[in-house]
Design a protein around this ligand. Structure first.
Ligand code: GLA
Length: 400
């Protein structure tokens, strides 16, 4: 069954016996460049994709006034809890994104009321396109409307990130939630993760196509390695802030020379992680220029360089991702490719000549099958709008 807004509303009606009062949507995201840079207070370049998570919401009936019921279309499971008891993480995992959001609302002084939710979507799970951020943002957008909370879009982003950090326990940056709320069809964001402001930039024109090549693997290292990398960057920055007190506040103020000068003060692996950050920050600047001037070949080269950095220097890639990028490098129809997201699995993002997209996929699949015995999944990227209310009123009114 195809999951769309109507299917989620219908599942709500079937489960709870009435129509939802509100239906909200929030998309997954890609990121063009600026990987592992959001928590380092740099600039990143994400875009919202057209795949969404929908959350249908309504008040619980009178007889269940302090109860929470959440139906998952994907899992065909009903989660039930009393709102009178403290919210605690559940073994199913999927309810935790919603529970985290509810806990954040509670912590910020919003009283919770009996609630019925139905969630469903078509954002691929585990592909590194942030289905979790989409769910958090869709839930907050729905509750904002249902309970008339008047939360501005940036507040929704911050509460969604806090839910992931504090309840789900993933110490992620702000990029995914920000892109899910502020994304726009046909454009990418240039997001300043320090100031929390953004501008919109154009995406490659129709001659080019962005492809997601999904390895469909997720190595168990992913969570712990993410936190380790983050800690290494924080350690390195603390040393630089001490050495260059008054001039260095974030990684943006750090030059290559300054990083070289503190090399003896850092463990070799820590220094290496830091050198990736400084180089990636420079690549994002170069990518903005290439994008504004329509220099897609240069832009593609930067993607390859980022992959090299993520694989060899930051060391968050894996053989499956490296295999796909290596094949891409040998194909003239690919302008650039790199692993995307946290790493250790998920997708490669490739910028290809649109007319050659199927030949590119065939070549990638052939080499990958030879090495791993199965083909990666190909998802052509289509962008879409950021989080919005589908029902009631103003169908599709965007938050951003
Ligand atoms: C994950 C995190 C993001 C970001 C990326 C890496 O997607 O959720 O905050 O750090 O990894 O760029």
């Amino acid at each position: 069954m195809e999951i769309n807004a109507a299917a989620v509303a219908a599942a709500y009606r079937q489960q709870f016996g009435s129509a939802p009062a509100v239906l909200a949507a929030a998309p997954g995201r890609i990121n063009l460049i600026g990987e592992h840079i959001d928590y380092n207070h740099g600039w990143v370049m994400p875009a919202a994709i057209h795949q969404c998570i929908w959350v249908a919401a309504g008040p619980a009936p009178h007889a269940a006034a302090d109860e929470l019921h959440i139906w998952s279309v994907a899992h065909q499971q009903l989660y039930t809890a009393s709102l009178a008891a403290p919210l605690v993480p559940h073994a199913w995992q999927w309810p935790n994104y919603v529970l985290g959001v509810l806990q954040q609302l509670q912590r910020h002084g919003h009283a919770l009321r009996g609630l019925q939710l139905c969630i469903g979507g078509n954002v691929p799970v585990g592909a590194g396109v942030s289905s979790s951020a989409a769910l958090e943002c869709a839930a907050l957008t729905a509750l904002n409307e249902l309970w008339q909370l008047a939360l501005p879009p940036l507040r929704i982003v911050q509460l969604a990130q806090a839910a992931e950090n504090q309840f789900v326990g993933v110490n992620c940056g702000i990029m995914d939630q920000y892109a899910s709320v502020f994304g726009r069809q046909g454009q990418c964001l240039l997001l300043d993760c320090d100031a929390l402001t953004h501008t919109y930039l154009p995406l490659p024109p129709a001659d080019y196509q962005l492809l997601l090549l999904d390895t469909q693997v997720k190595h168990s290292l992913a969570g712990s390695a993410y936190n380790d990398r983050r800690a290494a960057c924080e350690q390195g920055l603390a040393v630089l802030q001490q050495q260059y007190a008054g001039t260095v506040r974030t990684w943006r103020e750090v030059s290559g020379q300054q990083l070289e000068a503190v090399r003896p003060l850092l463990a070799p692996a820590t220094w290496q992680r830091c050198s990736y950050v400084v180089a990636e920050l420079q690549r994002v600047q170069a990518a903005v220029e290439a994008l504004q001037q329509g220099q897609w070949w240069q832009f593609g080269q930067l993607l390859y360089q980022t992959h090299q950095g993520l694989s060899q220097v930051y060391q968050v890639s894996c053989p499956e991702l490296d295999n796909i990028v290596a094949t891409c490098t040998s194909l003239p129809a690919v302008l650039g490719a790199r692993m995307m997201g946290g790493g250790f699995g998920g997708c490669v993002l490739a910028l290809v000549q649109a007319a050659q997209a199927s030949q590119v996929y065939a070549a990638v699949a052939q080499a990958y099958e030879l090495a791993f015995g199965r083909a990666p999944v190909c998802l052509p990227v289509q962008t879409g709008p950021g989080a919005h209310i589908v029902l009631p009123g103003g169908a599709g009114a965007s938050l951003a």
